[in-house]
Ligand binder design. Structure first.
Ligand SMILES: NC(=O)c1ccc[n+]([C@@H]2O[C@H](COP(=O)([O-])OP(=O)(O)OC[C@H]3O[C@@H](n4cnc5c(N)ncnc54)[C@H](OP(=O)(O)O)[C@@H]3O)[C@@H](O)[C@H]2O)c1
Length: 244
């Protein structure tokens, strides 16, 4: 038997699991036969059903921003970690709203990214060969480069995007990193979003299946031009001015 071939089913963990996109992505991964871990900051049990009415099996983990180490200790069997949680404090600018936006939208995802890459790096060569390749998907938003009419949302998502660009110079050697740059879709966070969430989730899965690391789903054609340029210019800038 060739024991270099991955044999284990893929295990996918998604933060913000009870949110609109979180649930849509869980459904997509379920259709692909993945083992699902729903990571939620709320204690409300999440129950998802397939189109035939059957319950979708999932393990639910609860966490809070700032407690990433405790969460990471439970992710040892995860192959694909989708960092999807987020908040939009709209027109607020208070100290509390600023702190919450930075913590939830940027710093907690950055800490989970770093921690998960360390966890993967600690896996033995045999364990890595027996598992599907490890990936982290990071949901930044087209607010990285476009106005979102919400300054704290833009600042925090841009910070996350910039941190990802910088740290991917090292971390992409250990784990495949995919950046999700999504335009407005209808959800609790954005009730007036243009795109239906099922379309967005399907496009994300399609582009990932095609091998894209920069996944863009937007009604704005400019984003398809500007985001790759932004990613390239950051790569050149970060690479020429920093060292590991
Ligand atoms: N909707 C859009 O137009 C749009 C566009 C581009 C990008 N995005 C991004 O897509 C992601 C999903 O957003 P969505 O539109 O699906 O919104 P959503 O339905 O509000 O889902 C976001 C989820 O994030 C989690 N969350 C909220 N506050 C949190 C906190 N304090 N700590 C940890 N987790 C928290 C919650 O899930 P749990 O209760 O399960 O933790 C929440 O349901 C976000 O990162 C968002 O920025 C959205």
């Amino acid at each position: 038997m060739d024991n270099t071939q991955p044999t284990a089913p893929i295990t996918v963990a998604i933060t913000g699991a009870s949110g609109t996109l979180g649930q849509a992505l869980l459904r997509c991964w379920h259709r692909r036969g993945a083992r699902l871990i729903a990571i939620s900051h709320s204690s409300t049990p999440l129950s998802l059903h397939a189109p035939d009415g059957s319950a979708i099996a999932l393990q639910q983990l609860q966490w809070q921003c700032g407690q990433e180490e405790a969460l990471l200790a439970q992710l040892s069997q995860v192959d694909v970690l989708v960092l999807n949680h987020g908040i939009n404090r709209q027109q607020e600018r208070s100290r509390e709203a600023t702190a919450a936006s930075l913590e939830v939208n940027a710093l907690s995802s950055w800490r989970l990214l770093e921690g998960f890459c360390e966890l993967v790096a600690r896996r033995s060569a045999g364990e890595r060969a027996a598992r599907p390749p490890s990936e982290v998907w990071i949901n930044t938003s087209e607010a990285e480069i476009e106005p979102a009419f919400s300054p704290l949302y833009e600042i925090s998502k841009r910070l996350l995007g910039q941190l990802l660009s910088l740290r991917s110079l090292d971390l992409a050697q250990q784990v495949r990193l995919r950046r999700l740059v999504l335009g407005p879709f209808r959800s609790a966070l954005n009730p007036f979003g243009l795109m239906p969430v099922t379309f967005v989730a399907q496009q994300v899965m399609l582009q990932a299946g095609l091998g894209c690391n920069l996944i863009i789903v937007s009604p704005n054609p400019l984003v398809y031009v500007l985001m790759p340029l932004a990613a390239l210019s950051r790569w050149i800038y970060n690479r020429s001015l920093t060292q590991d």
